[in-house]
Design a protein around this ligand. Structure first.
Ligand SMILES: NC(=O)c1ccc[n+]([C@@H]2O[C@H](COP(=O)([O-])OP(=O)(O)OC[C@H]3O[C@@H](n4cnc5c(N)ncnc54)[C@H](OP(=O)(O)O)[C@@H]3O)[C@@H](O)[C@H]2O)c1
Length: 234
């Protein structure tokens, strides 16, 4: 990977977003790292900008913060809220719940791609945090309807965007990333049955994800890769 000049981390106050910022400062000390979050960033030594994921003009303004981007990571996403818990059965499905999760997990990253991809450098990388549970072929357990479906849809957006970029910016790379199961508020209520060695710290996951990003080639564009580099089948 050539030295990176301009890096964007969107979702700078998320657990994995924060860990990525810290790790990128170490790995890429010369890069200008711009961070974006709904509220002022907890990590103070970066160039932080407020962003409203609900306002497309705010996303457009964020993309304009650099002349071009060498690396863009969208680290946003929602599994549960105070009002929403992942569905265990069809009985729990709700229109509002679907709207909220598709909005956060599919539409927001898609609109971020809309504006940031047009400013991706010739060897630039765009990565969105997805999840292994978005794989249809890997689904053994069922449940989590809206989260699974919204991440599967995100993976489709990534594939589509990669195809489009092949025509307009052929060396650029667009991927989805699965960070592993990471100790964060997002996973906290669901950690009981996760074996200890499979529950990662955000720092560990961020190191692994950066390693994956540093070893990407254009054949990876459009795919979903896990923290250890293996390809997650759609
Ligand atoms: N933790 C895991 O085990 C795990 C496993 C697989 C995949 N992932 C994925 O990794 C990503 C980050 O997860 P995390 O563990 O770091 O979660 P987290 O600590 O709960 O952080 C949530 C992130 O999502 C953003 N966010 C919150 N509400 C949002 C909304 N309504 N619309 C759009 N964005 C919203 C936040 O943005 P601000 O920074 O602007 O506040 C924050 O960056 C998510 O996409 C998640 O699906 C996580």
């Amino acid at each position: 990977m050539p030295p990176l000049k301009h890096v964007a981390i969107i979702g700078a106050n998320g657990t994995i977003g924060r860990a990525l910022i810290i790790a990128l400062h170490v790995h890429m000390p010369t890069a200008q790292i711009e961070t974006f979050s709904r509220t002022p960033a907890v990590i103070k030594d970066t160039s932080n900008h407020l962003i409203d994921y609900q306002d497309e003009s705010s996303i457009a303004a964020a993309a304009n913060c650099a002349p071009e981007w060498d690396l863009v990571i969208c680290a946003t996403g929602v599994l549960h809220t105070e009002k929403i818990s992942p569905e265990k059965s069809l009985h729990a499905l709700s229109r509002d719940h679907f709207h909220a999760l598709f909005d956060a997990n599919t539409i927001t990253p898609a609109l971020i791609a809309k504006y940031f991809l047009t400013r991706l450098s010739k060897t630039g990388i765009f990565a969105a945090l997805s999840a292994k549970v978005g794989s249809i072929s890997d689904n053994q357990l069922g449940g989590w309807y809206a989260y699974r479906a919204s991440k599967a849809a995100l993976n489709m957006i990534i594939k589509n965007a990669a195809i489009e970029m092949k025509r307009t910016n052929p060396k650029a790379i667009v991927v989805a990333l699965h960070p592993g199961t990471v100790d964060s508020p997002l996973s906290k209520p669901f950690q009981t049955h996760v074996p200890k060695d499979q529950l990662f710290t955000a720092e560990f996951s961020a190191q692994k994800l950066i390693n994956v990003l540093m070893h990407l080639s254009s054949e990876h564009s459009g795919q979903c890769l896990a923290w250890d580099g293996h390809i997650i089948q759609p």
